[in-house]
Write a protein that binds this ligand. Structure first.
Ligand code: HXC
Ligand code: NAP
Length: 268
C-alpha cells in the first residue's frame, strides 16, 4: 500500500503541538506517529505507564522527535487538566487535541451490567468532554485550535452487542457538533473521524475475533480492512490548514462499510 501520509509535506505540522489520548496503541499511536513524522510535538496520554514508555521510545526513534508521556485516566477531570498543563509547560502551547481513548467489549444489552454500560460511557464520552474542557483555554489561545474526536459508525444503525459503545459514540458525535458551534468563535474547529474496521487493532481483536473478521471483510465495498495510517492521514487533513473551513463534521473512513445495506432479496 502507498504510504497514506505521502501526499503531505514533511513539515506540514511543524510548530504544531498535539495531545493524543490513547496514543500508545492502535489508531491513536498511528495518529501520534503521523503527527510527529510531519513535525509536530506530541503528548500521548493513557493509563499504562509501560505502554506509554514503549511507544514514546519507538516513535521518538522513528521520527526524531521527543514524545511527551503523561499517565492519565480520561475519566478523571483532574487527570485531563494535568495532561493539558504538562503539555503546555513542555511545548509552550497546544493547538490540537485528539480524543481517541476508548473502551469496548461485546456484550448483550440484556445482561450488560450498569457498571459495564457506565464504564464505556465514562471513557468514551465523559472522557472526551473532560479533555475538551481542560484544553479549551490553550486551544483558543493558539489561534488555530482543532479537536478531533475518534468516533465510529456503530450507531448509524443498530449494532448487536454494542449498545454501550453505540450510545457513547452517538454522544461523541453530538458533542462534536455542539462544540463546533459554541467554540468556533474561540478559533477552535471541532471534527470527528469515524473509522470502519481497522486491521491489527485492539478494537478489531475484540469485536471481530476469528471467523467474524473474514465475514466482516465481505461487507466492505473496498474489500479490505483499513490501516491505522489511513486514519492518521485523515487526522492530518482535518488538523491541517487544508481543512481551515471544516468544522462540525464527522469524516467516515471505512471503505464504504456503513453504506452497505444489502437488500434481503439480493442475498444468497
Ligand atoms: C461484559 C464487561 C466486559 C465484557 C468488562 N465488563 N468487560 N461486561 N462483557 N467483556 C464490565 C465489568 O464486568 C464491569 O462491570 C465493568 O465492565 C467495568 O469493568 P472493569 O474491568 O472494572 O473496567 P476497567 O478496568 O475500567 O476497564 C475498562 C474496560 C477494559 C473497557 C472494561 O476493557 C479496557 O480498559 N479497555 C481499553 C481498551 C479497549 O477496550 N480497546 C478497544 C477500543 S475499540 P461490573 O458490573 O462487573 O462491575 C472500540 C471500537 C469501536 O472502541 C468500534 C469498532 C467498530
Ligand atoms: P486501543 O488500541 O485499545 O486504543 C484505546 C486506547 O485508549 C488505549 O491506548 C488505552 O490505553 C486508552 N484508554 C482506554 N481507557 C482509557 C482511559 N480511561 N484513560 C486514558 N486512556 C484510556 O483500540 P483501537 O482499536 O486503536 O481504538 C482507538 C479508537 O478508535 C477508539 O476511540 C475506538 O473506539 C475507535 N475505533 C476503532 C475501530 C477499530 O477498528 N479498531 C473502529 C472504529 C472506531 P490504556 O489501556 O493504557 O489506558
Amino acid at each position: 500500500m502507498i504510504d497514506p501520509l505521502s501526499p503531505y509535506r514533511p513539515d506540514a505540522l511543524a510548530g504544531h503541538v498535539a495531545i493524543v489520548t490513547g496514543g500508545a496503541t492502535g489508531i491513536g499511536r498511528a495518529i501520534a506517529r503521523g503527527f510527529a513524522r510531519l513535525g509536530a510535538d506530541v503528548c500521548i496520554a493513557s493509563r499504562k505507564p509501560d505502554a506509554l514508555a514503549e511507544a514514546a521510545a519507538a516513535l521518538g526513534a522513528e521520527t526524531g522527535r521527543a514524545i511527551l508521556t503523561v499517565p492519565a485516566d480520561v475519566r478523571n477531570p483532574d487527570d485531563a487538566t494535568r495532561v493539558v498543563a504538562a503539555t503546555v509547560e513542555r511545548f509552550g502551547g497546544l493547538d490540537t487535541l485528539v480524543n481517541n481513548a476508548a473502551g469496548n467489549f461485546l456484550a448483550p444489552a440484556a445482561t450488560l451490567s450498569p457498571n459495564g454500560f457506565r464504564t464505556v460511557i465514562d471513557i468514551d464520552l465523559n472522557g472526551t468532554f473532560h479533555m475538551c474542557r481542560a484544553a479549551f483555554a490553550a486551544l483558543s489561545a493558539s489561534g488555530r485550535g482543532a479537536i478531533l474526536n475518534i468516533s465510529a459508525t456503530l450507531h448509524y444503525h443498530g449494532t448487536p452487542l454494542q449498545l454501550h459503545a453505540s450510545a457513547a459514540k452517538a454522544g461523541v458525535d453530538a458533542l462534536t457538533r455542539n462544540l463546533a458551534v459554541e467554540w468556533g468563535g474561540a478559533g477552535i474547529r471541532v471534527n470527528a473521524i469515524a473509522p470502519g474496521p481497522i486491521a491489527d487493532t485492539e478494537g478489531m481483536r475484540r469485536l471481530a475475533p476469528g471467523d467474524a473478521a473474514t465475514r466482516a471483510k465481505a461487507g466492505i465495498p473496498l474489500g479490505r480492512f483499513g490501516a491505522a495510517d489511513e486514519i492518521a492521514a485523515a487526522a492530518v487533513f482535518l488538523r491541517s490548514a487544508a481543512a481551515a473551513y471544516v468544522t462540525g463534521t464527522v469524516l467516515v473512513v471505512d471503505g464504504g462499510h456503513c453504506m452497505n445495506q444489502p437488500m434481503m432479496l439480493m442475498q444468497q
